[in-house]
Design a protein around this ligand. Structure first.
Ligand code: SF4
Length: 358
């Protein structure tokens, strides 16, 4: 793992030891300004640090002028083949453009694009996918992790020719092991910050699992400076999953529920309590671990790292505990109001426990 050079995307830093940022992409029509602005605001509210949108033509560029002035989160323009669109997006204030310079077809045009991006301080993300490898790379390496890595470096070299190093790289594949191998190779070979993700990972549980395994495996060994979870459906889910991946690796502070799978010792409706606590914690942005455990035999001990929690007892009563120690016994219908009080108390104390505050 190498420390990567730092790239600034609006007010967010990528690489150079900066916190790993969360990205997502709109799936509205960019020309539909109102729908796109609304979705960007929802993504930002969910915790997205950087939002990307597809810019397909001049009409989209014009829409983006209004979109840029209506939102505060840094925006990235995703451009397929037209370098002039990429240059126009840099000019109108996009915080980054995603564009592969090998698609331009002329050194002179690459030079012109780098000049515009340098003048505006716009970084470029080179995004190589297994599905879009050039014929020459495929002939040399086949469809492989090495092909992804070499292709990204080839694109980056085109920018380097003109003294442009404000670059972020990604090498995505939908095959998790191949994708992980490609990022490992790339991490060894360059000091550009890496945007990590598993492309076309699907939707629902499959997409969440594939993305978590792929992105999580890389982050766990220190690879990845910014992440995008790709899920079919509402992109807000991508942000929620990305934040949970970062939280589970201790890379971002936030709320976490510790809950057991239940067994025959459990005498309360733990699943319903879990769901209610999950709802109560929505949008709560403080470091907090709340335990929802099925029984007093093992619950408080197993969840001793939790700030507080509940362990189900018999006789319609359960035990509230803090850091593994009993706080009090409550009737089961008091569990939710009591946990709510503790959550509110933590919010007021900004995530600090009562002991820390005193
Ligand atoms: S905490 Fe209790 S109820 Fe939950 S799985 Fe462990 S033993 Fe079973």
């Amino acid at each position: 793992m190498k420390l990567k050079r730092k790239v600034k995307v609006g007010n967010i830093e990528i690489g150079g030891g900066a916190p790993v940022s969360v990205q997502s992409m709109t799936n509205t029509l960019t020309a539909d300004i109102e729908a796109t602005v609304n979705q960007i605001k929802k993504l930002q509210k969910a915790g997205c640090d950087i939002v990307r949108l597809a810019v397909c033509d001049e009409n989209d560029v014009n829409s983006c002028r209004k979109i840029l002035s209506a939102v505060s989160v840094p925006l990235v323009a995703d451009i397929q083949f037209d370098w002039k669109l990429a240059a126009a997006c840099s000019e109108i204030g996009f915080a980054k453009v995603r564009f592969n310079p090998g698609n331009i077809g002329s050194n002179e045009n690459v030079r012109k694009l780098t000049e515009v991006c340098k003048a505006n301080g716009t970084p470029i993300r080179i995004g190589v996918n297994m599905g879009s490898l050039s014929k020459s790379v495929l002939d040399k390496y086949g469809r492989s992790a090495q092909a992804l890595c070499e292709s990204a470096l080839e694109h980056a070299a085109l920018l380097e020719k003109f003294g442009f190093y404000d670059t972020v790289l990604s090498v995505k594949a939908s095959n998790v092991t191949e994708c992980i191998s490609a990022y490992k190779l790339l991490d060894e070979k360059c000091d550009y910050p890496l945007h990590v993700g598993i492309t076309e990972s699907g939707g629902g549980l499959q997409g969440v699992v594939k993305s978590s395994v792929g992105i999580g495996s890389l982050l766990a060994i220190g690879i990845g400076d910014t992440v995008r979870v790709s899920l079919t459906g509402d992109p807000v889910n991508e942000v929620i999953v990305a934040k949970k991946i970062l939280q589970s690796l201790g890379l971002r502070k936030g709320c976490e529920i510790i809950s057991c799978p239940t067994c025959s010792r459990c005498k309360i409706d733990l699943s319903a309590i879990h769901d209610k606590v999950d709802k109560m914690l929505e949008g709560v942005d403080i470091p907090l671990k709340v335990a929802v455990m099925g029984c007093v035999v093992n619950g408080p001990g197993e969840a001793a790292e939790a700030d507080f929690g509940v362990a189900g007892g018999g006789d319609g009563k359960s035990v509230l505990f803090r850091k593994g120690k009993t706080l009090k016994t409550v009737a089961n219908d008091e569990i939710i109001p009591e946990l709510k009080k503790l959550i509110e108390e933590s919010k007021e104390n900004n995530g600090k426990s009562i002991e820390q505050v005193q």
